[in-house]
Write a protein that binds this ligand. Sequence first.
Ligand code: CFM
Length: 540
Amino acid sequence: MAHDAHEAKKEMVAIYPKKLGKKRAEQIVVTELGADGSVPEIKANVRSSPGIITQRGCAYAGCKGVVIGPSRDILSIVHGPIGCSFYAWLTRRNQTRPPSDSDPNFITYCLSTDMTEQEIVFGGEKKLKAAIKEAYDVFHPKAIAVFSTCPVGLIGDDVHAVARQMKEELGINVFAFSCEGYRGVSQSAGHHIANNQLFKHVIGLNELAHEDKFKINLLGEYNIGGDAFVIEDLFRRCGIKLIATFSGNSDYDSMANSHTADLNLVMCHRSINYVAEMMEKKFGIPWLKINFIGAAATAKSLRKIAEYFDDAELKAKVETVITEEMPKVDVAQKDVKSRCRGKTAMLFVGGSRAHHYQVLFNEMGMEIVAAGYEFGHRDDYEGRKVLPTIKVDADSKNIEEVEVRPDETRYMPRLSQDRKAQLTNPELEFQDYVGMMPEMEDGALVIDDISHHETERLIELYKPAIFCAGIKEKYVVQKMGIPCKQLHSYDYGGPYAGFEGAINFYREIDRMVNMKVWSLVKAPWQTFEPQPEPAPVAAD
Ligand code: CFM
């Protein structure tokens, strides 16, 4: 380890006022795996402290931008000031591929009610109704989703009543989200709100039956940079039928039909574990945590699916695909390892990638010296076993907990009690997620909701070979002479999922950590020399 993690923690928090320092100290831990598999407790999913310059987003971003946005034919209307739409317009690289050119694809559009002072004072429901009607007349979508921005909650517009009314009037599905930006401490609240409404208003509405043997849904894969395309291809080759993806490269009908699947795969636990749990309670569909980031993780995930279905033919097909793909991966891995082995990386992203991408770096022989989520919860760090011990605070109470009961006619347990009892191998992560920390080396730093100051100190202390984050940090980091890989948008690159994606990633990181240019970079403030004051002009 390049630097002592305990010392680094002290140095990072030293500058803070006492109270803030105490809080941040609870959000920064040094990894240490106990003999019983325990990891240190971390404080997470709490309000960001004013002034620390957090990288977090808002609940509206998590609901509209993250969970619902990638579906191509649900027409999204943002009820709010125009800026909330404009600044969220096409900023996430969720790709989609309609079956033909004549199929709807609304992803490139940006619809807003353009709320102004007039509506803030007199109410915006009338304008929202008119907007829904106008959007319907232009696009004739199957479904319209309405997203609330901060002022909507503040003035009390009843978006749900408007949605109900318009649903009746237009004869299509119209539903709304109370996802005002301030609803929670981060975008994580928006994920939960989106999950609830998808569950209440979409899932289970389409009864199309499928004859296929291995029917799954992929939850929490948003097709950034084409990742979902790679995963879909793997499923196809293995003979696995993908009913719906939530929500990368997805459409409304497939989501409405998702209750016909026999297994839910959870890719991003943070953003969609609620749907997985609710579908299990209502329809009896179990879920498995999988990860298609990293070649070994992809192979393991495919094997987990085959293990769940316990079918010899499926197992054989999975092995064939792995054997077809692994030789190319091995060659690329060997090549990059010769240049990357032992180099260090830091990852500060969202609520799942800071964990998943560690696999890729490890496959390259690189070491993770620090990692953290922007808005993960304790279970994303420590594993779901800590769920019963997580304190419910005022902020989390703010979000509806949907009461779910088994569906009277459609609840169908997919596994017998005996079979369920066989799936207890912790490696399988059957209805479980072990979290980021147990899979990290001892002595690394884990930092929740990292501040700008901590980012700078960390880089100065460790001088990592690469720092992974997002656009907000990218250029600050690079001006410090360290390459920054965006793990949200992939810097216009990708896909990074599956075997093919792993090779893309190895090559990209190899190029970045071995480029000489970074050692020559000096930030403008490091080279700036104050100019002498100009001499005063003599008066006549
Ligand atoms: Fe899940 Fe995501 Fe992420 Fe996320 Fe996100 Fe994203 Fe992310 Mo940016 S759903 S938690 S809210 S994996 S947009 S595709 S990259 S912060 S780590």
